[in-house]
Design a binder for this molecule. Sequence first.
Ligand code: NDP
Length: 331
Amino acid sequence: GREWHLVARPHGWPKAEDFALREAPVTAPGEGRVLVRNLYFSVDPYMRGRMNDVKSYTPPFQLDHPMDGGAVGEVIASNAEGFAVGDHVLHGLGWREYAEFPAGRAVKVDASLAPLSAYLGVLGMTGLTAYAGLFEVASFKEGDAVFVSGAAGAVGSQVGQMARIKGASRVIGSAGSDEKVKLLVEEYGFDAAFNYHDGPVVEQLRAAAPDGIDVYFDNVGGEHLEAAISSLNLHGRVTVCGMIAQYNATEPTPGPRNLALVIGKRLRIQGMLVGDHAALQPQFVQEVAGWLASGELKYRETFVEGIENGFDAFLGLLRGENTGKMIVSLA
Ligand code: NDP
């Protein structure tokens, strides 16, 4: 089977030469293990950080080894109790066609409850990030005005809609194209949205939220964070989920110049990692599955077909070519 290796550490924007698609043997599962044919794998912004050789919350990818990440596949051989050929499983060995690993690292998923790809997005890691980041980290409450950046992406689109469903007074989103902005307002029910390429975020946010905001869910950092601090009301809260605007930066990026506003406004700015919120998983799945069934919550996915296009999918994600979760389909 083929698998993607990191062969050089990118400096700035990743280049095709930093990656290689290589052939690896497919082995029968050892004792207590399963062999899985991957049907979908996830490409995620956090993977850019893992391409650097720096100590972080997840270890860096190793050069000349397969990269990893979320994947859903079908068990094609099992040497483990409780797993049968044909079972669908969620696991952590993406970026490859076949994966052989201890069955304890696989979670069974039900293709009759939701499309398999949903377990990577709306019902998976990005969905839980949105859920935990809004309700637990930002302490969202009914009546809050919520601003989310990266609002047409996997995490952002779910944050905005969940805020609406739970009674936000106003939901504002920003995204990188007019088409995405239209989607936010017309399909996802945001009260206002803007294209951050159209002008200074601080001005566009002020126009979209004349009475200020109570919660900012940050997926982007940089200019967006500075603008949000400017628009936040007294006792406002910020969930710092991601700062994608700087993931390919080669120099340290400037911080918000208005940070002193945190004092007078008594703001709370808190970082999050989805892994800390696993306890919310059952409640998250139950509630989100309900909203999906009722049609209150909508989602998009962007599929890139074929393992050979895995790098292009990842680069496309960083460039904003996705609407909703970016997924590589091997099905
Ligand atoms: P998305 O589906 O949102 O895809 C990334 C999007 O980022 C692109 O579609 C693009 O949309 C936008 N983007 C790229 N560059 C810029 C830029 N310079 N300025 C503004 N927007 C930009 O990805 P995810 O939903 O998976 O992740 C969203 C964020 O959440 C990321 O920052 C990620 O790192 C973070 N995250 C954090 C987790 C945690 O535990 N802390 C867990 C999961 C995700 P556009 O066209 O609008 O520019």
